[in-house]
Design a protein around this ligand. Structure first.
Ligand code: NAP
Length: 473
């Protein structure tokens, strides 16, 4: 079958690694028409702020599959990352990062074979940031139920297709009860549909600790974006580093395969870069498009080459290594040769993303509002002023918090405070608050106070949808 795949060579070492992979795949005789497209540094130089030209977007939309070299992100002159552009345009919400011990590579642990499934588009990485006052910055952590369900079902389906028997869900739900807590909750709900896979929940800090103590206890980890960013890099380190770390980015329509590493400008053009990470990514791509035989030929060739001790500099150190081209030649010569420690992999398709159909709803009732403001020097004078304002519009000042600690009425003194106060007003007597009452309240908050933003306090099906401050009753 003839396939068309968008190929982005990328920056720095990108040309060398993509050319290695292309040579290897072409040598298997699988029929791929490579559609060469641009993105990254050269595109930024042409003053295209997204770093991805329209032709590239059109090519990926048409072909649905792309193999991509690393793209340089300009630092310090305000351009967006071309990687992020691609991730957002195609909503590749699932980032699959396998970490598996390869033959011949010396690592701390002999038996690592795990996959990190990272949510790729939500969380702090939506990049919604605001300076609230000259000394207070804020970043919004957005976690949605459909976003959680998509990635968690993807993880369970992937586990099933790969014959994996357990999944750990890594969160910080003990602290962030609504955002990370939602991820944990959806994980527990979805797990019921997969009785053949054992679900575990683990706090992400403990997960990092357990991974470096005994990684063999993990088969798969599913987690939110930032947790996954950190944990997956940690896992790359367990199996030999960036040169051997592959990844797949899956969206509803599009799958984009790339190495984890960047453009490594220090070794670009020197025939030194290790193409293994992109070779492993291309194996996922070949299985994704149903080319199982070609994938097995290449996997055997790669394992045989490594098992014979033929490695690039990063894998063996400076003493006895080969260059990128010689390494690629060796893999091509070894295509299909069974390595000594070969374990047959099942010819199962690389997972297709799951598209959820659920729509959740809840009875919503607004019972109060948090108004964030600056312009106060101490919580007591602010508290007295706000109590009067609240009374004048028929509301009650419930409390004031400073960086999450209740400071008015105060049970204990916060050790240090900043001029950024979360002031919680409620309607009381179980009554619903109206928008017009919030407007009245805001209109009455006069200088020296400056309100920066508000958060409505919702009860959802009778349960509070907002956190309490430390010390709040
Ligand atoms: P990097 O390009 O991954 O390189 C860091 C260092 O790791 C290299 O200098 C090299 O170190 C080693 N290395 C990485 N990949 C290797 C490989 N395949 N073979 C051998 N050695 C390898 O990280 P960076 O220097 O932080 O980032 C450079 C640029 O890449 C930045 O513009 C960044 O934004 C971009 N980037 C892009 C992507 C992407 O497109 N997905 C991902 C990450 C970074 P030694 O030679 O010193 O050992």
């Amino acid at each position: 079958m003839q396939h068309t795949v968008t190929l982005i060579e990328g920056d720095g070492v990108g040309k060398e690694v993509t050319s290695a992979v292309r040579r290897i795949i072409d040598a298997t005789k699988v029929s791929i028409n490579w559609e060469l497209c641009q993105a990254g540094a050269e595109v930024f130089k042409k003053r295209l702020g997204s770093g991805v030209p329209r032709e590239t977007i059109e090519s990926i939309s048409r072909n649905k599959v792309a193999l991509k070299g690393p793209l340089e992100t300009p630092i310090g002159y305000g351009e967006k990352s071309a990687n992020v552009t691609l991730r957002k345009v195609f909503e590749t919400y699932g980032n699959i990062r396998p970490a598996c011990i390869l033959p011949g590579i010396i690592t701390r642990f002999p038996n690592v074979d795990l996959v990190v499934v990272r949510e790729n588009v939500e969380d702090l990485y939506t990049g919604i940031e605001h300076m609230q006052t000259p000394e207070v910055a804020q970043c919004l952590k957005i976690i949605t139920r459909p976003g959680c369900e998509k990635i968690i079902r993807l993880a369970f389906n992937y586990a099933r297709s790969q014959g994996r028997r357990s999944i750990h869900c890594a969160t910080k739900a003990n602290i962030m009860k609504f955002t990370e807590g939602l991820f944990k909750k959806v994980f527990e709900e979805v797990a019921i549909d997969y009785p053949d896979i054992t679900p575990h929940h683990i706090l992400v800090d403990n997960c990092a600790h357990q991974l470096v103590m005994d990684p063999s206890q993990f088969e798969m980890i599913v987690t939110t974006n930032m947790n996954g960013d950190i944990l997956s890099d940690l896992c790359s380190g367990l199996v030999g580093g960036l040169g051997v770390a592959p990844s797949a980015n899956l969206g509803k329509e599009v799958a984009l395969f790339e190495a984890v590493h960047g453009s490594a400008p220090d070794i670009a053009g020197k025939d030194m870069v290790n193409p293994t990470a992109l070779i492993l990514s291309s194996l996922m791509m070949l299985r994704h498009i149903g080319e199982f035989e070609a994938a097995e030929l290449i996997e055997k060739g790669l394992y045989k080459t490594l098992g014979d001790g033929i490695m690039t500099r990063d894998m063996v150190g400076p003493s006895k290594y080969v260059g990128t081209r010689a390494f690629t030649d060796a893999v091509i010569q070894n295509l299909g040769k069974t390595p000594s420690q070969w374990v047959d992999k099942k010819s199962i398709p690389f997972m297709q993303p799951y598209v959820p159909s659920t729509n959740s709803s809840a009875v919503q009732k607004m019972i109060g509002v948090d108004i964030f403001l600056s312009g106060a020097s101490n919580p007591h004078s602010l508290g007295h002023a706000l109590e009067n304002i609240a009374k004048s519009v028929g509301l009650t000042l419930h409390m004031i918090a400073n960086r999450g600690i209740q400071v008015y009425p105060s049970h204990f003194e916060a050790p240090s405070m900043v001029d950024y106060w979360a002031c919680r007003f409620i309607k009381g007597n179980n009554q619903a608050l109206q928008d017009s009452e919030i407007m009245d309240l805001l209109r009455n908050i006069q200088a020296p106070y400056i309100w920066t933003h508000i958060e409505k306090l919702w009860f959802l099906d009778g349960n509070p949808g907002f956190s309490k401050a430390q010390g709040e009753d």
